[in-house]
Design a protein around this ligand. Structure first.
Ligand code: HEC
Ligand code: HEC
Length: 325
C-alpha cells in the first residue's frame, strides 16, 4: 500500500516535472516569438520615419536608438519606460515630449492610433534589446552636446561660426533649412488631414514656404524636377543635365554629389532630393502607395502630373539655390 502510494507520488512528480519543462520551453519559445514579433512591428510601423540607417540629412524622425537614450535617462525602470512611451504614442503632445530639438527639426510626431498591445510589445523590445545605432550618431552627439552648445542647434551653429564656409556648404545649409520647414509643415498637414488633404496644402503652400525661406536667407531657392508635378517646377536645360548625370551615377551605385558653379557673378548650387517611404503616398504608384482619394486630388490639381511611379531612394528632383558671392 505504502509502496504503491510512493510510486504514485513519483509518477505524479515526474509528470509534473515534465509538464513544467514543457511549460518552460513554451515560455522560452513564446518570449522568442514575442521578440521577433515586436521587431517586425517596429520595422513596419516605426522605421518609415525612425529608420536607423537613413542619413542624417534626409530623416523624418530621430533614430529609435536616440529616443531610447532620452527615455531611459528619465524613466529608468522598464515599467516607467513602457508607460511613458505608451502615453506619448497614444497622444503625442509637446508637453510630454522629451526631445524638444527633434520637434523643432521634424515637427511633433503624428498621432497614429497604434493598438495598445502593439505599443507594449514595441516599447518592451526597445527597453530590453540593443537598438541599431546609426553610423553618424556619435559624431552628431558630440557636436550637439559638446562644448556646452545649445541643444539641437550645435551642428548649424558650428558651421555658421566657421568663417570660411564653402559656397557649396552654404547653399546646402539653405536647402536643408528650407527642406526642414517644408517637411515639418507637410508632416503636420498629413497628421491633420491625411495624404489627400495634404495635397492641397502642398499645392497652396510649397512654393510660398520655399520663397519665404529664400527671402529670409537672401537667396533664390527652388525645387525642380525632370518629372515635375507643378509646371512651375520644370527643370531647365542646365538643371536637366545635372539631373541626368546624377541619375546615371545612382544607377551605377555611385554617390551623386551636389554641385556648385558661378553664373553671372552668382553662385548656383544643385542638391539632390531623394525619395523615402513617406513620399510614396503622393509620388509612388497610383492605386498602390497612392490611394484613390489622393490620386483624385492630384489629378484635379495637376492634370499634367508626371511625379508618380517613384520608389524609395530615387532622385525625385533637386534643390537649386542661387545666392550672391
Ligand atoms: C510618420 C512618421 C513617424 C512614425 C511612423 C513614427 N514616428 Fe515616432 N516620431 C516622429 C517624429 C517626427 C518624432 C520627433 C518629434 C517628437 O518628439 O514628437 C518622433 C518621436 C518619437 C518619440 C519621442 C517623443 C519625445 O519627444 O519624447 C517616440 C517615443 C516615438 N517617436 C516612438 C515611435 C514608435 C514606437 C513608432 C512606431 C510604433 C513611431 N514613433 C512611429 C515621427 C514618427
Ligand atoms: C501629401 C502629398 C505629398 C507628399 C507626402 C510629398 N509630396 Fe512632393 N509634392 C506634392 C505636391 C502636391 C507637389 C506640387 C507642389 C507645388 O505645386 O508646388 C509636390 C512637389 C514636389 C517637388 C517639386 C517638383 C515637382 O514635382 O513639382 C519635389 C522635389 C517633391 N515634391 C519631393 C517630395 C519628396 C522628396 C517627398 C518625401 C520626402 C514628397 N515630395 C512628399 C505632394 C506631396
Amino acid at each position: 500500500m505504502k509502496n504503491r502510494t510512493s510510486f504514485k507520488n513519483l509518477a505524479v512528480a515526474s509528470m509534473l516535472l515534465a509538464l513544467t519543462a514543457i511549460i518552460l520551453q513554451a515560455c522560452v519559445n513564446e518570449a522568442k516569438s514575442e521578440e521577433s514579433k515586436a521587431l517586425a512591428l517596429m520595422q513596419n510601423k516605426c522605421y518609415s520615419c525612425h529608420h536607423p540607417t537613413s542619413p542624417e540629412n534626409s530623416r523624418l524622425a530621430p533614430p529609435l536608438f536616440a529616443v531610447k537614450k532620452h527615455y531611459t535617462k528619465k524613466y529608468a525602470s522598464k515599467e516607467a519606460f513602457v508607460t511613458a512611451i505608451k502615453s506619448f504614442l497614444n497622444q503625442p503632445t509637446e508637453d510630454k515630449a522629451l526631445m524638444k530639438g527633434a520637434i523643432e527639426k521634424f515637427g511633433l510626431m503624428a498621432a497614429m492610433n497604434f493598438p495598445d498591445e502593439e505599443i507594449d510589445l514595441i516599447a518592451t523590445y526597445m527597453y530590453e534589446q540593443d537598438l541599431p545605432k546609426p553610423e553618424w550618431f556619435d559624431e552628431h552627439h558630440k557636436q550637439k552636446h559638446g562644448k556646452g552648445k545649445k541643444h539641437g542647434k550645435g551642428k548649424h551653429k558650428k558651421q555658421a561660426e566657421g568663417q570660411s564656409e564653402s559656397p557649396l556648404a552654404k547653399g546646402k545649409e539653405m536647402a536643408l533649412k528650407t527642406k526642414a520647414a517644408l517637411g515639418k509643415n507637410l508632416m503636420q498637414a498629413i497628421n491633420e488631414k491625411g495624404s489627400a488633404g495634404a495635397v492641397e496644402f502642398c499645392s497652396l503652400k510649397a512654393l510660398p514656404i520655399t520663397d519665404s525661406l529664400a527671402k529670409m536667407q537672401n537667396a533664390n531657392i527652388k525645387r525642380v524636377s525632370d518629372q515635375n508635378r507643378n509646371p512651375l517646377n520644370q527643370a531647365n536645360e542646365a538643371e536637366l543635365a545635372y539631373i541626368q548625370e546624377a541619375k546615371a551615377k545612382i544607377s551605377q551605385g555611385k554617390k551623386n554629389k551636389p554641385q556648385i558653379k558661378q553664373v553671372d557673378g552668382k553662385w548656383v548650387g544643385y542638391y539632390p532630393i531623394m525619395t523615402n517611404t513617406m513620399c510614396l503616398q503622393c509620388h509612388g504608384k497610383p492605386g498602390e502607395e497612392i490611394n484613390q482619394a489622393t490620386l483624385a486630388k492630384l489629378q484635379e490639381e495637376y492634370p499634367n502630373d508626371q511625379a508618380t511611379g517613384y520608389d524609395v531612394n530615387e532622385l525625385r528632383g533637386i534643390w537649386v539655390v542661387e545666392f550672391e558671392e
